[in-house]
Each structure stands twice: as C-alpha cells, then as structure tokens.
Design a protein around this ligand. Structure first.
Ligand SMILES: *[C@@H]1O[C@H](CO)[C@@H](O)[C@H](O)[C@H]1NC(C)=O
Length: 650
C-alpha cells in the first residue's frame, strides 16, 4: 500500500521575464492543445518508468500561458498515488529576485516533507531555466535522491550548453524532455541526460525519445535516471588538502625537468586513494594557503572534497556538508610520566602492613616466651639462666641472621621454641631481602592522571594549540566543575612542539587530537630504546566525530560514503593508522640511534638522568637505608649525651 499523500500547494510568484519565449511556439502546424496533450503524455511515460522511486511531485510552472497549467491539469487527472505540489510563477511587473528565493524556500519545505521528490519544471524560457538552476542550487532545493525533470522546447545547441553550464543539470539527478521538430515527426520529444563523467568526458546524451505513435523508446539503459558517480572514467577530481599528520602529508619532489610531483601520505590520503581507485578518478590538489581556503574552495564547489579530518561542528555546517563521519577525533591530553621521587618508604614496601604488624607482635611474644620457658626449665633442670637483655639480643640477632654462638639451649622446650623461631626468622629474612631487591630495581611508580578529574588536580596548567580557544569558551559554558577548572587552567597558543616540550619538562599537560599527539610523541619524543617521557591520558577530554568537508548536497556523496564505510568495516583505516604510527616511531628511534652513535664518536655520552636508572641504583632507590643509618647515628649520639649527663650527675 503506497502512502497516499495529496497535498496541493499553490504559490504565486511574481517574477519578470522580459523576453519570455512563447511556449512551444515553434510548432506552428500543430494546435497548442495537441502539443499539450503530448507533453503531458511524455511526462506521464517518464513517471511510470520509475513508479517506485518518488512519492511526491512538485510542479514549477510559469503561469504566463495556459499551456503549462494545462500540462499540469492533464497530469492531475491521472491516477497517481503521490503527493503534489504546484508552484505557479506568474508574470507581473514589480517583482524581485527575492520572490524566487521565496519560491525555492517553500519548495524545499515540500521536499523535506516528502520521502523522494520529483520536481517537474515546465518552461521554454532559458532565462527562467537559468534562474531556476541557480536559485535551486543556492536554496538547496535538490539532493541526489530527488529527481528533476525539465520540460522544455529549446534548440539542441542552446540546450546542450545550458545543461553543461549548470551544476543543477549536469551534476544532479536531472533529465530533460525537449520538444523537437523533425521531418517525420512533427512533434518528437527527446529525453536527454547530462553525464559529467563518461569515456569521452562531460556529455549530453539522448537516452530516450517519445512519439505519439510509438510511445517512449529508451536507448539502451531503461533506467532514465542512472547513477552518475559509480565510475568517473579516469577523470580528474579537484580536491583541497593541507598537511595534517598523520592524516595527510603532502610530499613534494622536484623532477629533473623542473616540474614538481606531489605525493600524499597518511591515513586519509590512503583512504582517498582507495576510493579514487574504486571510483576510477585521479586527484588534483588545488593549491591553498591555509585551512580557511581549503574549506572555502569546498563551499564554492571548486573542490569536491577536503579529504583531511575535520571536527564536525554545527557552526561549520552552514558552509559545507560532511561526508560519513569515519573517525572519532577525540581531544586527548598528554603529560609527562610521573617521576620517581626519592622515598625512604622503599624499605617498607616489600612487606604488607599486616605482615609488619604480625612480625612486631611475634617480636614481642617470642622473647617473653623464651624468657619464661628458660626460667621454668632453670628451676626444673638447673639449666643455665639467661638475662633479660640477652634474650632480646638472641632474638634480634637471629632475626638479622647473626649466629647463635654464645648460648645453646639445653632443654627440649627451649630448643623447640628456638628452632621454630629460627625457621621463622630465616623465612621472613629471606622474603624481605628478596622482595627488597626486586622493589628497588623495579620501583613502584606513582599513579598517573588518566582522567580529567585527576589531571586538573595534578597539573599546573593545560596547554592547547591556537584553535583551543573555541574549546575553552565551550568548557566555560559547561555546568561541570571539572570542565570549568580545566578551562581556567588552559593556556591557549603554543605550537604542538612547544606544548609537548613543556609537558615533558614541567608539570603541565598538552591538549590536542589523540592521533596527532601520538604521532608527534612517536616522531619527536621517543628515545633510541623506544621509551618516552610522555604518555597520553586514557580519558578523552572531548569525544568528537570527524569527517571530510564536501559541498552542500554533493551528488557523489552516497558513493563516497559507501566506499568509506567499506574501508572502515574492513578495518583498513585502523590498520593504516597503526602502521603510520609505527613507521614514525621506528624512524624516530633510528634517528636517535644515529645521534647516539655520533655523540659516542665525539665522546659525548648523553647525560640523560633517566638513562642511569636502567644502569644502576640511585639515591632515589637507596634513600631508605641511608636515612635509617643517619637516624641510628643520631640516636646513638643522643644516648651518648644521655650517658655522659647521667655519669656526671652520679
Ligand atoms: C580543477 O582545477 C583546475 C585548476 O584550478 C582547473 O583548471 C580545472 O578546471 C578544475 N576542474 C574541475 C573539474 O573543476
């Protein structure tokens, strides 16, 4: 059951066409009425060849003569399960260009209400047709899924130039029904289509003809509205792009004959290459100076694609459209990995709190037990009595792996206790020493900020590139305290290299697109051994979508999107991204190694403090024992003073 949406819009427009042609006046030997009937029959024939496509018809006719209205009326009499809109353009004095805009605006609303619309424009006046072509393009009346049927009667040569000149006819989904006079058929209607890309370039081809006797005769393809962009036949497509690694890098090489060849690298360049291969077109990058110009060329339709990732912003959409959003271009932050601060706790880390506590308890219980057992066995067996101080000495000494040479327990109970204690001391001592060695050589790094909440608590400022101003304003509007704090911490302006350097040297973070940061770290902040001082936080500051700018209502969009999705679904884009990054990382490591070799040759070894961590233990690791020793010395000195004082008083 087809949707029956009957809608009649009658919109009167005053528009002056000073030398408007007399419709179908070239056909003198036929009555107007017959011609009109024929015209209506052609339109009807075209409509019935594509009954499933459209569900709404929009007529734009000139109300200057009865003919166009009559065509419309004939059509309206047909049994059509479609919605209609009828726009009459009347010829009156005192009218302005603005009226035409009004017409397009209303027509566009009608288009937006419908699923797929067929716009039928009936006019024999080239000026009117041109005006319609220009205004419908500016007013964004047509998209690729809407179809345009121009019904006219122009000499073939002027028709051809008219079609080729206007984007609306040459690029969009449009065909023309032209009334022509031949020797045999007094009224013969030819149907033309303008193909922007064919084996012989842009051509206007006759795709069908209609006569009263034979009806509609298609030549070749029965589909009167063919897809124009599935094959570009090797044509050159103009694009605009500037270097934005890792997405797009332009490499210029000078040829011996003085010319310059441009090659493109990067993930987006590879994506475009894959699409160009599938659609069979070559790429020409129009020279541009800055990103504004890149977008401007797209807005002007001079460039068909700006194939470099652009954040999708609503305010950008009033200049151009976007292709399929193929990438999550998230803002991420990067900061330097937290450094190891010298820590006396290194001595404490090897054992857990509960273990320390248990050891302490044992250290209290065992001497008491030993003392008591010794006392009892002394009274029973006349064993050697030991002093309290000696008990402590034995216990602490054995815990610290000192030999038990001066005293050997004689009774069974004390022996059992001492054996148990020695085994315990052996295990605890070994475990502690082993774990201490491990924790000193593989120190525990302090946790690093992975979320914005952590970041704003730890860093002094957040650096962002010049375009970060937009983001700061955006964050300031946020209700989130975190974002507001982030905005206040932001320092907008430095370049990526400055930003990363500052992040590496100071307690600062740098904000930019994730892949871009990763690439720059890989390229410029990677050491010869592949390690780096910087890390990229796990949480995205702002998740965002990225796509390629394309002109408004670009008719090739569905083909472009289809192939982009194919590449993405195949996982190729992600793979290219990883490859690009690895390449950069290897390149950087190679450069660093070369530098080291050079420096070694000049006998200038690097004085990177972090390098030494790998070779030997530093004071960072061994601060604990020193502190302990100093503490011990201080206590010894203190007790010495105490002893002297006590001696003097005595
Ligand atoms: C592409 O750009 C070149 C140089 O700007 C221009 O000569 C050519 O006409 C353009 N091609 C198209 C199809 O717009």
């Amino acid at each position: 059951m087809t949707l029956r949406a009957f809608l009649i819009v009658v919109f009167s427009l005053n528009y002056v066409f000073s030398n408007a042609g007399k419709t179908f006046s070239r056909f003198t030997n036929k009555t107007t009425e017959t011609l009109l009937k024929d015209g209506a029959a052609v339109i009807q024939a075209v409509l019935t060849t594509s009954p499933r496509h459209s569900n709404a018809l929009l007529f734009i006719v000139q109300e200057k003569e009865a003919e166009s209205l009559a065509v419309m009326q004939v059509l309206l009499r047909q049994e059509l399960s479609w919605g209609y809109g009828v726009f009459k353009v009347s010829r009156q004095a005192n009218s302005t260009q603005d009226d035409f805009f009004g017409l397009i605006r209303h027509a566009k609303k009608f288009r937006q209400l419908s699923w797929n619309i067929m716009v039928v424009v009936v006019s024999e006046d080239p000026k009117f047709i041109k005006a319609f072509a220009d205004h419908s393009l500016q007013g964004r009346l047509l998209v690729w899924s809407s179809r345009l049927l121009l019904v006219t009667g122009l000499p073939l040569s002027s028709l051809q130039s008219l079609l080729k000149e206007h984007w609306t006819f040459s690029m969009m989904n449009a065909i023309v029904i032209n009334a022509e006079m031949t020797l045999r058929d007094i009224s013969r209607w030819n149907i033309y289509n303008c193909l922007p890309y064919s084996t012989s370039g842009a051509v206007v081809v006759r795709i069908a003809s209609w006569t009263n006797k034979r009806g509609l005769t298609p030549f070749g393809n029965i589909n009167l509205f063919p897809e124009k962009y599935s094959n570009f036949h090797g044509a050159t497509v103009n694009i605009t792009a500037l270097t934005y690694a890792p997405y797009w890098t332009t490499i210029k090489t000078d040829n011996p004959d003085g010319t310059v060849t441009e090659t493109y690298k990067g993930t987006d360049a590879m994506l475009l290459k894959a699409i160009a291969g599938a659609l069979n077109f070559k790429v020409y990058n129009i020279p541009t100076k800055n990103w504004d110009e890149v977008a401007q060329r797209v807005t002007e339709r001079a460039s068909f694609i700006a194939p470099v990732e652009h954040f999708v912003f609503p305010q950008r959409m009033d200049r151009y459209d976007y292709s399929y959003a193929y990438e999550f271009a998230s803002m991420a932050f990067c900061a330097s990995k937290p450094k190891l601060s010298p820590k006396w706790e290194a001595l404490y880390y090897p054992l857990a709190d509960a273990v320390w506590l248990a050891v302490l308890v044992v250290l209290l219980i065992v001497p008491v037990m030993l003392f008591a057992l010794n006392r009892i066995s002394h009274s029973l067996h006349q064993a050697k009595r030991i002093r309290t101080g000696f008990v402590a000495e034995v216990i602490v000494g054995t815990l610290l792996s000192q030999p038990l040479s001066k005293w050997l327990p004689m009774t069974a109970s004390v022996r059992v206790l001492m054996t148990t204690w020695l085994v315990f001391a052996f295990i605890i001592g070994t475990v502690y020493r082993g774990n201490l060695t491990a924790s000193l050589t593989l120190p525990k790094y302090p946790p690093r900020a992975e979320t914005i909440g952590d970041l704003i608590k730890t860093v002094d400022s957040v650096i962002s590139p010049p375009y970060g101003g937009e983001f700061r304003a955006f964050f300031l509007q946020s209700d989130s305290v975190e974002f507001q704090t982030l905005a206040r911490l932001m320092d907008v302006g430095p370049t990526v290299m400055e930003g990363l350097q500052r992040a590496a040297d100071n307690n600062e973070a740098y904000l930019d697109a994730r892949r871009y940061i990763e690439l720059n770290i890989a390229q410029y902040f990677t050491r010869a051994d592949g390690s780096t001082k910087l890390y990229v936080g796990r949480e995205n500051v702002m998740p965002g979508l990225a796509a390629w700018p394309i002109p408004y209502d670009a008719p090739f969009r569905s083909q472009l999107d289809r192939l982009m999705v194919a590449v993405l679904e195949g996982g190729l884009y992600e793979k290219w991204g990883v490859d690009t990054l690895n390449e950069a990382r290897l390149e950087s490591q190679r450069r660093q190694k070369q530098l080291q070799v050079q420096q070694a040759a000049e006998e200038k070894l690097p004085t990177d403090d972090e390098e030494q961590i790998i070779r030997s233990l530093t004071i960072t690791h061994l601060q604990g024992p020193f502190l302990l020793l100093i503490l011990g010395l201080a206590m010894a000195a203190f007790s010495l003073v105490g002893e002297i004082v006590a001696q003097n008083h005595a």
